[in-house]
Ligand binder design. Structure first.
Ligand code: F0G
Length: 321
């Protein structure tokens, strides 16, 4: 197992004595996707972050944040989440032997993420309110000193997440023409901008948000007020928005053209590329942030249900037509 912290220690603000809390995160596949790339008119690579231990890119930041929290003597961690941060925080806290307190917006996170977070032993509180309200609560408790905050306001999260940029450049042997990622709270946009700056690059970074933040079906990025917005706007990232219909179309297309099943928010970057953008012909890396199994209800609504047949070869052959 390669721990992300061991692979990138010289570029992370950790000491040699920081205890490493790892589940084998990072070193995720960079997949060349010529069929989908042809449809989109770009030389397409996907950074498949669904291969992280809890199924999303959050693990890159969480290994660093929880390792640092442990070194600092924290006795518990806390976060607000639309579901992926919570799964990751619960997993790394369990690995570190720390309790995790999770605040989620009531009724608003995907089923797979809620089950995952619960199964990992975290105490889960459903806050009557949206993600912003849950985050305000988490910040307040962190300020009281009882819990270490492991949302992306924790700078160690950003440090860990920037390593995706290092991996992409290392594997391609050079920078691509553009990076494209989804934009929820904006922590990952800051992380990519930092990774680019530390690599001495000015490669364009496209950060794609929902055009209807409070209501989007892409629940991971259903965040009314992105907490990192000022820094995202100052980062030089190109901020663009897509509709739910565009997200669903891109998400289905990825699954059917390339055999890759992601969660809807992860398809925001591909939804943007489906428009005729000025990136035609360019080598583009789109980061797929989370696994499709995280959100089975959305998939259930859009994928054809199975047909029932008798256990009889003729009936099966007839149904195959
Ligand atoms: N993609 C996925 C799968 C996410 O879970 C998130 C954020 C984003 C993209 C957006 O990233 O917030 O750094 O701009 N999920 C957070 C959570 C909010 O609580 O799991 P961002």
């Amino acid at each position: 197992m390669t721990a992300l912290i061991d692979r990138f220690r010289s570029r992370l603000p950790l000491s040699a004595s920081t205890p490493v809390v790892s589940l084998g995160e990072g070193s995720t596949p960079l997949l060349h996707c010529p069929r989908l790339g042809k449809l989109l008119g770009v030389d397409l690579y996907l950074k498949w972050e669904a291969s992280n231990p809890t199924g999303s890119y959050k693990d890159r930041g969480m290994t660093v944040a929880v390792s640092h929290a442990l070194e600092s003597g924290a006795r518990a961690v806390i976060c607000a989440s639309t579901g992926n941060t919570s799964s990751s925080a619960a997993a790394y806290a369990a690995r570190a032997g720390l309790p995790a307190l999770i605040l989620i917006p009531e009724g608003a996170i995907a089923g797979g993420k809620l089950i995952q977070t619960r199964a990992l032993g975290a105490r889960v509180l459903e806050v009557r309110g949206n993600f912003d309200a849950a985050l305000a609560g988490a910040r307040e408790l962190a300020e009281r000193g009882t819990h270490a905050l492991v949302n992306s306001l924790n700078p160690y999260r950003i440090e860990g997440q920037k390593t995706a940029v290092f991996e992409i450049i290392e594997e391609l042997g050079e920078a691509p023409d553009a990076f494209v990622i989804p934009y929820g709270g904006g922590g990952n946009t800051r992380a990519y901008a930092k990774g680019l700056a530390e690599s001495g690059l000015t490669t364009p970074l496209y950060s794609i948000e929902s055009n209807d933040r409070p209501n989007t079906l892409a629940s991971a990025i259903k965040i009314q007020t992105p907490v990192h917005r000022p820094q995202v706007e100052a980062s030089g990232a190109h901020i663009l928005s897509v509709t739910d219909d565009e997200i669903v179309a891109a998400w289905l297309e990825l699954a059917r053209e390339e055999g890759l099943f992601c969660e809807p928010s992860s398809a925001a970057g591909l939804a943007f590329l489906r428009r005729r953008t000025d990136l035609q012909g360019a080598r583009v890396v789109v980061t797929i942030t989370g696994h499709g199994l995280k959100d089975p209800d959305i998939a259930n609504r859009h994928a054809p249900p199975p047909m029932k047949v008798d256990a009889d070869p003729d009936a099966i052959a007839a149904a195959a037509q």
